[in-house]
Design a binder for this molecule. Structure first.
Ligand SMILES: NC(=O)c1ccc[n+]([C@@H]2O[C@H](COP(=O)([O-])OP(=O)(O)OC[C@H]3O[C@@H](n4cnc5c(N)ncnc54)[C@H](OP(=O)(O)O)[C@@H]3O)[C@@H](O)[C@H]2O)c1
Length: 295
């Protein structure tokens, strides 16, 4: 077991007080927010703090569409210098980003290194958002059989992808140190504890949930390794957003409180602003309500 000393001794406090866990039952969670008129869930604009984005350099992977695109648009609208990384760009990303780096497949070490080399002569990035992800619409259970090929792809993109991107950027000095942040956009699907509620009496989605659990572990390990460099790493669930990825769940968007990605992006940036080095690591935050999800 590693016992390396940190220049930030004692820096491992929990992000939230105990008793502030969010509810695993998403239908009940949203119904409760509506019944109690919970501002944080229903009206992010009322609590949104985004001042820190002004002038910040932010790099977002998978920035061409979905949550990543709205994270880019929102940050740009608040005065951030947005670097959008993607496999292929989109008109909307081209219009909002200060810089777009195409040809970045997060499953490729070479692509990630090429991106880091491109950025290495520039001012370091304040915030890296590891957003790129993959969740195909395939049966993945004991009835149809586990979707092994897709599972490997999900693990590669969602768990190893952020490690490739983060390692490439940190190794080339592209993340501000000390003072930078690395944000892992994972998923509530990665909570092992919550499977007994969200997958009660059924398995399913082995590839997605195992890949996101591994992504959470990646974030927890990077938080420890990079703490000494003054880089804070955090795992965030972006909430339920109406994107291409979740179109297969369109029938439950309303009952589970899925929001447009423009709203989801504000929720994420609000939580990114709250991440500190002290709070980096294990705590896993639900951007829908700002509460903690158990690992
Ligand atoms: N939407 C939700 O409700 C929700 C909930 C929980 C977690 N999340 C997480 O939030 C993130 C964004 O989700 P989303 O809903 O915006 O998904 P999405 O609409 O499917 O977009 C996925 C993004 O990831 C990129 N991507 C996929 N594979 C890639 C690869 N190998 N290399 C580089 N980029 C790749 C896609 O680029 P291409 O256009 O090139 O395919 C696209 O930009 C994901 O990590 C997802 O798991 C979303």
């Amino acid at each position: 077991m590693a016992t390396a000393s940190s220049p930030y001794p004692g820096e491992c406090a929990p992000l939230r007080d105990q008793g502030t866990l969010t509810d695993a039952d998403q239908v009940a969670r949203f119904a409760s927010a509506v019944a109690n008129n919970t501002t944080r869930v229903l009206d992010i604009d009322a609590v949104y703090e985004s001042e820190y984005l002004k002038g910040a350099r932010v790099l977002i992977t998978g920035a061409n569409r979905g949550v990543g695109l709205d994270l880019a648009k929102e940050a740009a609208s608040k005065g951030a210098v947005v670097i959008g990384a993607c496999r292929s760009s989109s008109k909307e990303l081209d219009e909002c980003a200060s810089q777009v780096i195409t040809g970045v497949d997060v499953t490729s070490v070479d692509d990630c290194m090429r991106m880091a080399e491109k950025l290495s002569g520039e001012a370091p990035v304040d915030i890296l958002i590891n957003n790129a992800g993959y969740f195909p619409d395939v049966a993945d259970d004991f009835t149809s059989g586990p979707a092994y090929e897709e599972a490997i792809k999900q693990y590669d993109i969602c768990a190893l992808g952020p490690l490739r991107v983060s390692h490439a950027l940190v190794s080339k000095g592209c993340i501000k140190s000390p003072g930078g942040k690395i944000i892992m956009i994972t998923s509530q699907g990665g909570s092992v504890t919550w499977r007994q509620v969200q997958n009660a009496n059924e398995g399913t989605d082995y590839g997605h949930h195992m890949g996101k659990a591994a992504a959470n572990m990646c974030g927890a390990l990077m938080a420890e390794e990079l703490r000494g460099k003054g880089i804070a790493v955090a795992n965030l669930h972006p909430g339920f957003n109406r994107t291409d990825m979740t179109r297969k769940y369109e029938h439950i968007w309303d009952i589970e409180g899925a929001v447009e990605a423009s709203v989801g992006a504000k929720r994420v940036w609000h939580e990114v602003g709250r991440v500190t080095l002290t709070q980096a690591g294990c705590p896993f935050v639900n951007c829908e309500d700002g509460l903690e999800i158990p690992n």
